[in-house]
Ligand binder design. Structure first.
Ligand SMILES: *Cc1c(COP(=O)(O)O)cnc(C)c1O
Length: 388
């Protein structure tokens, strides 16, 4: 059994992928070929946003979005400690300061009430309201933006986050690396905040065969800046450089592969809903496990189906049991970012974000993809059953 079965998907669209690749080999425009614009247009149509900027990875998408806001030293950027390293890495890379905010235990996404406290704490330089980074000899920082993460495919609480951002005068960058295809109140993931960023890493809901990513925004001037940042800060032509940028382009070949995959993507999102619903139903008899709870207005893209064991000992036992039955599982994420060595310079400590710490100790993910059969799901649940 596969954790993510990319071969089952490829079987359906192999011919189309091959013909798209052949077309690119024929025209030879490997850098910024016509497929990039085609993909950007198809995905803006799907998401319901004006502009898209294809780029080299989800990490570059986040980096380019922050660069569009000229984020740098002195800026505080708020985000969740319960996410993939890339979300906060780009903040540090630009010399800005990540300020972590704990998650909601039901959604695993940033808790809006705590975000509000954290922004106030930074503004007043008062860590008695909310834990703050402590960097010796560092000048106080100013709130500039928040990067909510749509963890496991579920959009964050944008109604409340966007209100807080407006009141506190900070920008919102949606980290939609896992949530392409998700929804909140009928609005698609990648349509929230000032800029949204997604990833086409192979295992993400819409994945290519390498690295890729995309930024989405309704704002034309931010679009122009990100298009420039994507190609070394270019101005009107390639060798007129008006700002510091990166080599952040999406490959034409990856765009061609994504165009083929996008043909079946809406159907795959429906299949993911069915697979997730089946897990939730089958696991319903196990009182010891906490299943994901998706609130009424939300749709997850189900990048992962993650459950909470009672404690880490039970998690280890369940994972071993599943492994013995050749069922792969994974832990996203074993260590919250505030306790990772890379961020030790922020001097956070154990206990600063208790919900993230608790989830990190108990969470694990089951195989999840659109082609997971009912038979395999029954096998998975039966293996769990004999344990609990
Ligand atoms: C995958 C991921 C990223 C980074 O995307 P890459 O394409 O791998 O660079 C950023 N944030 C989150 C939450 C992710 O899951």
């Amino acid at each position: 059994m596969q954790f993510v079965d990319l071969a089952a998907q490829q079987k359906r669209i192999r011919k189309k992928i091959e013909s798209n690749i052949s077309a690119i080999l024929d025209h030879g425009k490997y850098i910024m070929g016509p497929e990039i614009k085609q993909l950007e247009e198809r995905l803006t149509g799907y998401v319901g946003v004006k502009n898209a900027i294809g780029c080299a990875s989800g990490t570059d998408a986040l980096l380019m979005a922050l660069m569009a806001y000229q984020v740098g030293p002195g800026d505080a950027i708020f985000t969740s400690p319960f996410t993939f390293i890339a979300t906060a890495e780009v903040i540090s890379l630009l010399g800005a300061t990540p300020v972590f905010v704990d998650i909601d235990p039901q959604t695993f996404n940033i808790d809006p009430a705590k975000l509000d406290l954290a922004v106030r704490a930074v503004k007043n330089n008062d860590s008695s309201i909310h834990p703050l980074p402590i960097i010796p000899d560092h000048l106080p920082v100013t709130p500039k933006g928040v990067i909510p993460v749509d963890l496991f495919g579920l959009p964050a609480d944008y109604s409340r986050i966007e209100d807080i951002a407006k009141t506190q005068d900070i920008f919102v960058i949606e980290d939609a690396a896992q949530s392409f295809g998700g929804e909140l109140k009928g609005k698609k993931a990648c349509a929230f905040g000032n800029i949204a960023c997604t990833s086409f890493f192979p295992a993400k809901p819409l994945g290519c065969y390498g690295d890729g990513g995309m930024c989405f925004t309704d704002d034309d001037s931010l679009t122009e800046i990100m298009q420039s940042v994507r190609v070394h800060g270019k101005g009107h032509h390639k060798y007129d450089n008006i700002r510091i940028g990166v080599n952040g382009r999406l490959d034409t070949l990856q765009a061609g592969i994504l165009l083929a995959k996008f043909d079946i993507f809406p159907e795959e999102i429906t299949l993911r809903q069915q697979v997730a619903a089946r897990y939730t139903e089958l696991l319903g008899f196990h009182s010891g496990l906490t299943r994901p709870a998706i609130a009424h207005d939300y749709q997850s893209a189900w990048a992962q189906y993650s459950i909470l064991a009672q404690d880490s000992a039970q998690r280890t036992a369940l994972q071993n049991k599943l492994k013995a039955a050749q069922i792969p599982t994974a832990i996203y994420y074993p260590t919250p970012l505030h306790l990772q060595s890379a961020f030790s310079y922020l001097n956070y400590k154990n206990g600063d974000f208790p919900i993230s710490e608790d989830c990190a100790g108990r969470i694990f993910s089951l195989p999840m993809h659109p082609y997971l059969s009912e038979e395999d799901q029954l096998k998975i649940v039966r293996s769990i059953e004999t344990m609990t």
